[in-house]
Design a binder for this molecule. Sequence first.
Ligand code: HEC
Ligand SMILES: [Cu+2]
Length: 317
Amino acid sequence: MSDNFTLLGPSASEAAGRSDILYLALVGFSTLIAGIFLGVIIWFCFRYRRNSPADRSNAPSHGGGLEAAWTIAPLLVFLGLFAWAAKYYAEMYRPPADATPVFVVGRQWMWKIEHGNGRREINELHVPIDTPVKLVMASQDVIHSFFVPAFRQKQDVVPGRYSILWFKANKEGVYHLLCAEYCGTDHASMIGRVMVMQPQDYARWLEEGTSQPGMAQRGFTLFREHGCAGCHSTGSTVHAPLLAGLLGRSVHLEDGSILVADETYVHDSIVEPQKQMVAGYAPIMPSFKGQLSEEDIMAIIEYIRASGDPHTEKQQP
Ligand code: HEC
Ligand SMILES: [Cu+2]
């Protein structure tokens, strides 16, 4: 953490650079307009003060053109700023397909983080530089909010659903990680650090201290223990969809709509199977709400992802 004072604080991601420019443009434009008005007010105070000999004859009673101009010009400028911000906003909420997923569970009062190979950490997040990283976040209890000021990104994490946050860090260093939603007595201690590292350092860090099995491995065990495999496998007598390669695939739903399966969809399929029914199947899948922890569901998602990847040799679900 740099002790050097900067106006906006350290900036360490692509999105941060973009949002700073937008912020400065907004402040700059507002300052310009305020400055013009202030200047005119001061000028008129002197020019038309009492006893000033200024010419007051022929004062215009109205100026339609002027009024139209000062209404339309700022409107256009602000609509332009809106379009500019909307573009960034859309980019911020659309993670690239190749983003590395990292799983985050918020609870009173800590951030629990798990990387794909099973490496876990608490209140610390290690990420590689210049690589898109997608956080798949869930809460185990109340609403928390994942806030990294240096990325200019803050995302509420709400129980019962996934929140996605993606970023591309572009400056090595250590940055603040905060919970920005009051979540109980020790909310103030729910703080941590984000470490942005060189890709090779990150890879080395990932390999250190992983005694536990990777997420996909753990997911495979859960998939069998909870009986998912009994329905979702090639040998099953139950009519249920095969899950290999599900992530990123288009799914046709019973109500006629089509969606692209992502982490949120798989999560919801497990806790609320009847919410989005796959077309052509009977509503026989039981809900696993309360039987699987958020970490378990995340591991199952990684198992489903790995089973669809032709590079990993895993048994098909
Ligand atoms: C009793 C059989 C049965 C069991 C057990 C079962 N499922 Fe399912 N599952 C289904 C059926 C049938 C569907 C398709 C209808 C629907 O959407 O609910 C389905 C749909 C799904 C989908 C959406 C699939 C798609 O192609 O879009 C996912 C993901 C899923 N199940 C995961 C699981 C997981 C994980 C478990 C274990 C924790 C599990 N299921 C247990 C029968 C089952
Ligand atoms: Cu919190």
